[in-house]
Design a protein. Structure first.
Length: 253
C-alpha cells in the first residue's frame, strides 16, 4: 500500500470523524450547512401546521354549548352579528390578516446597599482581689472571649429594553374551540440574497375582535406566540461557534 493511499484514507477518516462530532454537537446542522455552501438558503415547504411535529391542539376551559334559537317569524338568529353572511374568518381553513404592532419599552434600575459591624469583648480583669495574689494572674485568663465581625454588601442592577416591530402576516384558522374562539397560526418567509427573514404568529382570537376587513391586531391575540428572526449567512456569522457555546455552558468561571 502506497503512503499516498494511506494518507488519503486517514484524511477521509479525519473528515468523517469531524462531521460526526459536528453532527453530535449541532444536531447535524453542520452537514446541512456544508451541503448548501455557495447556494441560497432554501425556503420551507408549505405544510399543514396540524401535521407538524410537536403540534398540540389547544385546550382551554369552555362554557356549556348553547343551542341556537330563533324568534317566531324572524329571519334573525339570536346572537347573530349581521343579516348577510359574515365574510370574516370563522372556520378551519379560513384566512385572516394579523397586524403585528409591538412597541415595548422598559427601564428598571435597582440599587441596594447594606452594612453591619459587630464586636463582642468579655473577660476577667479583677476577680476577688486577684491583683493582690501573686500567682492569680497566671491562673485566671485576662480575656475569655473576643470576637469582631464586619459585613457589607452592595448590589446594583439595571434593565433597559426597547423593542419595536410593525408588520402584517396572513394566518390560517387551524382549530375552532367549543366556545367559538379561533386558534390561528401564520408563517411568513422572505429571502433577500442569502438571508431569510422569518415571522411566525400563533394564538387564540375572538371572532368579535376580527374587524370588518378581516384583520386583527396582535394585541387582541390571547396566548400569543410571535417569533421574528432569520437564518442565512449573516445570522450564521453572528452566532458563536459550537465549541464556544459548549465552553460557555461547561466552564464554571
Amino acid at each position: 500500500m502506497s503512503p499516498f493511499s494511506s494518507a488519503s484514507r486517514l484524511r477521509r477518516i479525519a473528515i468523517s470523524a469531524l462531521l460526526l462530532a459536528s453532527c453530535a454537537l449541532g444536531g447535524c446542522s453542520s452537514i446541512d450547512r456544508l451541503s448548501q455552501i455557495g447556494e441560497q438558503p432554501k425556503l420551507s415547504a408549505i405544510d399543514n401546521p396540524t401535521t407538524q411535529p410537536g403540534y398540540k391542539p389547544v385546550q382551554m376551559p369552555m362554557p356549556k354549548p348553547e343551542v341556537a334559537s330563533y324568534n317566531p317569524n324572524s329571519l334573525w338568529r339570536n346572537g347573530s352579528r349581521a343579516f348577510f353572511k359574515d365574510q370574516r374568518a370563522r372556520q378551519v381553513g379560513d384566512l385572516l390578516t394579523v397586524s403585528v404592532n409591538i412597541t415595548d419599552k422598559a427601564n428598571i434600575e435597582n440599587d441596594t446597599s447594606r452594612s453591619r459591624t459587630n464586636k463582642e469583648d468579655s473577660g476577667i480583669t479583677n476577680f476577688i482581689g486577684a491583683q493582690t495574689i501573686t500567682q492569680a494572674n497566671k491562673i485566671l485568663p485576662g480575656r475569655i472571649l473576643t470576637a469582631d465581625s464586619t459585613s457589607s454588601s452592595e448590589g446594583k442592577g439595571s434593565v433597559e429594553r426597547k423593542e419595536a416591530l410593525q408588520t402584517n402576516v396572513a394566518a390560517v384558522v387551524t382549530q375552532v374551540l367549543p366556545n367559538g374562539n379561533l386558534v390561528v397560526e401564520g408563517k411568513q418567509e422572505i429571502r433577500v440574497n442569502f438571508e431569510i427573514r422569518e415571522l411566525i404568529v400563533a394564538g387564540i382570537v375572538r371572532p368579535e375582535d376580527i374587524q370588518s376587513d378581516n384583520t386583527i391586531d396582535s394585541t387582541k391575540i390571547a396566548q400569543a406566540r410571535i417569533a421574528y428572526g432569520g437564518r442565512g449567512q449573516i445570522t450564521d456569522v453572528q452566532q458563536p461557534r459550537y465549541g464556544q457555546q459548549v465552553m460557555d455552558v461547561l466552564l464554571p468561571f
